[in-house]
Design a protein. Sequence first.
Length: 93
Amino acid sequence: MDSKMVGDMINGICQHWTDEIQNNLKDLNATVVHCFRKVNTTADSLAKYDAIEDSSMIFTNSAQMPSMTRGNYLMEKNGMINFRIRSKRKGIG
């Protein structure tokens, strides 16, 4: 499941899955919007971390985050641009 799908679910496009979430959001006066992962590398990094871990984690401060996520978070917090680095495929380039 990607972040756009989650955003659509929370905003009512998959209503039967999201009634409780929507009620909680109304109580918090919050809105969920989609943003591309290149803009929010912290969330993307946490999603990747969650995909490989067997247990749920709650991070209450940045020091508890995985090192790659913490780096992304600190860069975003300080207004720095994040770049995605890909390795070259063999035989290309």
